[in-house]
Design a protein around this ligand. Structure first.
Ligand code: FEO
Length: 398
């Protein structure tokens, strides 16, 4: 049975949700599932904006059939070719053989790479315009947000931005299509941040380019490929994207993350957290990296201004899970953070210099002190160093 929502008078959401998938991109946990959004415009011509993941194709096809109500599908606009959206293109081509595909030249190349080549393709570039009756669209190129073929499509009649992966979020919709139908700041922002930072976070400058172009448009709706549609308070979410893509922290506070084998490094993390609280720094978040998926750690690292990173030494290096986190931060271009490093080791505490080298890979990062080295467990001297570090962090947060 169809399961659709009306976005505007002529536009329908025909996407679907997946709550069975454990790992998005086979790497990021999605305990709240995900939606794959797709939209159908009914005008003198009918237009489908993007398709959906193969896992939800049956629901997606039911939805399109219902909305078209016997009409043929005239156009399919492909903003993004990643298979979580592009996997059902071939099925649409088989069912609606007369459909004309509108996409970038790069997206047309990708279709061939993925094993199908539509006969009717119109490639478009920046600023091209297409009319379907009373609705007109224009194309805005968004390369590397977060794939090279990406464009976004702006419907000029009602101000609808089909934003591809930009402005997306993890989380199934559960019937609530619009961001104003949920408490987004309470229930969605963490997953939206985790989605952005892990999927698009590396491409901040490209997102900034897109935001700059978007600022010239009179956007009244944002229709992303994942998560809720925006029709109110657009500035709230645009502002988050602006901060995230400039790598500016959202909160002045301290993320304390530790890798501990037998509890002594964990003890140092707890001591530091307590010392910070005693100095009035309560905007803190403490994570054991061994039991927190790195996608959550990345999202928190983007959120906070300061980080205290504590790692035990393992095989004469950084504890593997912490090493992965440090490498992931650098890979995603996280920058502009104030960082404190604490290393532990019983006979060769060598993680410290390697942690310092890893932190150096993050642009514009300030080290709050020299690496503090604990030998097996805290003693009076290292406790005192943590007190000094807590003073430094508290001062720098003022
Ligand atoms: Fe949701 Fe880049 O695909």
């Amino acid at each position: 049975m169809h399961c659709v929502r009306k976005v505007t008078e002529d536009l329908y959401w025909v996407g679907a949700n997946d709550k069975r998938l454990n790992l998005f991109e086979n790497i990021h946990p999605i305990p709240r599932g995900t939606s794959y959004n797709s939209y159908v415009l009914l005008d003198e011509k009918t237009v489908l904006f993007d398709t959906a993941d193969w896992s939800v194709c049956r629901q997606f096809l039911d939805n399109i059939e219902y909305v078209l109500d016997g009409r043929k599908l005239d156009y399919m606009v492909i903003n993004h070719m990643e298979p979580d959206h592009g996997a059902s293109i071939e099925e649409i081509l088989l069912r609606y053989p007369e459909v004309r595909v509108i996409c970038t030249a790069k997206a047309a190349d990708f279709m061939k790479q993925f094993g199908f080549a539509p006969e009717n393709v119109e490639t478009v570039k920046e600023g091209d315009v297409k009319s379907f009756g009373k609705h007109q669209i224009t194309f805005v190129m968004a390369p590397m947000v977060h794939w090279p073929e990406v464009m976004v499509t702006f419907e000029t009649t009602e101000g609808i931005l089909f934003s591809a992966d930009a402005f997306g979020s993890f989380g199934a919709l559960d019937g609530k299509l619009f961001a104003d139908e949920v408490d987004f700041d309470r229930d969605w922002i963490d997953d939206a941040r985790r989605y952005y930072t892990n999927i698009v976070g590396k491409y901040g400058p490209q997102v900034q380019n897109l935001l700059k172009k978007a600022s010239a448009l009179d956007i009244r709706y944002i229709c992303p490929l994942h998560g809720p549609v925006w029709r109110k308070d657009l500035e709230y979410f645009i502002d988050k994207y602006d901060k995230w893509s400039r790598y500016e922290p959202e909160k002045k506070g301290v993320m304390i993350c530790y890798a501990s084998m037998y509890g002594n490094t964990e003890n140092a993390a707890n001591v530091l957290a307590s010392l910070l609280c005693e100095r009035g720094v309560t905007e803190t978040a403490l994570y054991d990296v061994s039991c927190t998926h790195v996608s959550y750690l990345i999202a928190e690292a983007f959120k906070y201004s300061h980080m205290a990173i504590l790692s035990v030494t393992y095989n004469l290096g950084i504890f593997p899970v912490m090493k992965n986190f440090l490498e992931d931060m650098a890979a995603l271009n996280l920058q502009k953070r104030s960082v404190a490093l604490i290393c532990n080791g019983s006979w060769a505490p060598q993680a410290g210099p390697q942690m310092a080298a890893a932190a150096d890979k993050m642009k514009d990062t300030t080290k709050l002190s020299d690496v503090i080295t604990i030998v097996s467990s805290l003693n009076d001297a290292t406790y005192q160093q943590l007190e000094q570090l807590a003073d430094t962090i508290a001062d720098s947060l003022k």
